[in-house]
Design a protein around this ligand. Structure first.
Ligand code: NIG
Ligand code: FE
Length: 460
């Protein structure tokens, strides 16, 4: 296997996961209802384990994906207690459990195990769909930012319970495809009340909530863009910040200018929010460099990049590229968008070869990318953006964690959250090799196994 040239800045075998699990906190309510909370689970008979831990037990020197063959993972109390080769497991598991037997044992039967996917970019608080717009695109009409406004109208008209139900349905759909951490943005409300409602409802399900009041200028502010930016930076931000961790802006022709974007991001940062940016999706622009300059955790889309953009992204990870102790800016690619809009795919190879850090995310939304499937994103990234399988799986797990500045997910070191996916396949390669096939056999979130979906079978 080719070793990904990507750096693995946040994750080392000796890194301690720091974020505590608070009983009853949002992550425990993520996705489908778990059937087994607490206790220990021993996953044995793993043919191929991706830990994303460089230098962990049984890994090969210099492999950022920390691949282990014939492996075992022990989950205990919602955390990974141990992960490594079967030949070391008896002693290591005994030590980790202090002589206790595991509560549950699962034989993977030679199948592959990976960390749960970290989907760092979705827009899941919305109502309605835009199938007709998609159909028109497939008949030749180009994608434009303005389509967002039709989802805004449907979202404003929806009840809280309708929005909650849609969010729950999409989160459940994602969980069944192996997503165990998800970011959710607002951006289809675009009034103070509707944006506040969006971030509040998102916060009921995930701690990774992003305020995207600056998604597009709503129809009632047509021709008064700056007045809308004033609202976003003023009353709207004040109402939304208590529910959000991040601020985001769509910096693109037809949405917000670099100057307006800077105002929004600076106001969000001043309110204590972390910065992330939508940029360079529909054409070249200043968004990527603005994101790097402001120390954004991630800049997403990155479809149209100049050499300067690539150098800025890579430079943010080099010594002195960011303030001491602050990670650089992740380039998050969203290949579901190019699939659904017939735009050219971004060039991951160019970014990786330059030393940038790349994440993959779904961008699940009813307009530009109506998929919640991280396995599909991995397949598209491998087929269309120049990534190796190892790089794509790393980017969809550890890369997503870096894009959210999380050190407790995206890898399987002792102390990390017990977010684990068992694939119905002998290797992670099958994620790209068998596109469109449901390959997730089981998912554990915080050590709890998500229930198997009732499957009536094709003949009933
Ligand atoms: O990330 N680019 C801006 N926002 C979304 C699209 C939203 C929509 O079309 O409804 C995106 O692609
Ligand atoms: Fe988006």
């Amino acid at each position: 296997m080719a070793h990904p040239p990507v750096p693995n800045p946040g994750i080392r075998a000796d890194s301690a996961a720091r974020t505590p699990i608070t009983p009853g906190s949002a992550p425990a309510r993520w996705g489908a209802t778990a059937v087994f909370a607490g206790g220990s689970t021993l996953l044995s008979g793993i043919g191929e384990l991706t830990t994303n831990v460089a230098g962990g037990p049984g890994t090969r020197e210099g492999d950022p994906t920390g691949l282990v063959t014939d492996a075992v993972v022990l989950l205990d109390g919602g955390r990974v207690a141990w992960a490594g080769p079967a030949r070391e497991a008896r002693d290591a598991v005994g030590r980790a459990l202090g002589g206790r037997e595991p509560d549950v044992t699962v034989d993977a039967g030679g199948r592959a195990v990976i960390p749960g996917f970290v989907d760092s970019h979705t827009h899941l608080v919305f109502a309605g769909d835009r199938a007709a717009e998609f159909e028109a695109r497939m008949a030749g009409r180009p994608y434009a930012a303005g389509g967002i406004r039709s989802t805004v109208a449907a979202t404003r008209a929806a009840s809280d319970d309708d929005l909650r139900a849609g969010l729950a349905r999409h989160l459940d759909e994602a969980a069944r495809q192996g997503t165990t951490t998800v970011e959710v943005k607002s951006g289809y409300g675009l009034t103070v009340a509707d944006e506040e409602r969006s971030v509040r409802l998102a916060r009921e399900r995930t701690p990774e909530v992003t305020f995207l009041g600056a998604h597009v200028v709503p129809a009632e502010y047509a021709g008064r863009d700056d007045a809308y930016v004033d609202l976003v930076c003023g009353d709207m931000l004040a109402a939304c910040a208590p529910h959000a961790r991040w601020v985001d802006v769509f910096c693109e022709t037809g949405a917000f200018t670099p100057e307006q974007s800077r105002r929004v991001l600076q106001a969000g940062a001043d309110a204590g929010l972390g910065v992330r940016v939508h940029a360079n999706q529909l054409g070249p622009g200043e968004g990527v460099r603005l994101a790097v300059e402001l120390g954004a955790a991630a800049v997403d889309h990155c479809t149209y990049l100049t050499d300067d953009d690539v150098a800025a992204l890579a430079g943010s990870w080099s010594a002195g590229g960011s303030p001491a102790g602050v990670p650089g800016t992740v380039a998050t690619l969203l290949p579901g968008v190019e699939f659904s809009t017939r735009q050219p795919y971004p060039d991951a190879r160019r970014l990786l070869d330059a030393g940038a850090v790349v994440a993959l995310a779904s961008d699940c939304n009813p307009g530009s990318s109506y998929t919640s499937s991280m396995p599909l994103c991995v397949a598209l990234a491998v087929r269309e953006t120049g990534m190796t399988v190892a790089e794509a799986v790393w980017s969809a797990t550890a890369g997503g964690a870096l894009a959210l500045r999380r050190d407790d997910v995206g890898h399987l070191a002792p102390g990390a959250r017990a977010d684990v996916v068992l694939l119905d396949a002998p290797s992670r390669t099958h994620l790209a090799y068998r596109p469109g096939v449901p390959l997730v056999a089981a998912t554990w979130k915080d050590g709890a196994r998500l229930p198997a979906r009732e499957n009536p079978g094709p003949s009933r």
